[in-house]
Design a binder for this molecule. Sequence first.
Ligand SMILES: [Zn+2]
Length: 52
Amino acid sequence: MKCKICKKKIEKHFLKKPLGTYVKSEKGKKLIVCSNCQKQYKSKDKILAKME
Ligand SMILES: [Zn+2]
C-alpha cells in the first residue's frame, strides 16, 4: 500500500490498520495518504488536488 501523494510505502501496524488516512475522492474512490502528507496538506481538498 502506497501513499497517493509521496508514493511512500505505508506500513501497517500490529492491528493491521494502515498508518495513514483514507480520503474519499469525488468519484467515491478511497485513496490512502500517509500521516506525513496528511499533516502537510491538512485539508481534504488540498490532498485531492495534490493527487491529480
Ligand atoms: Zn505521503
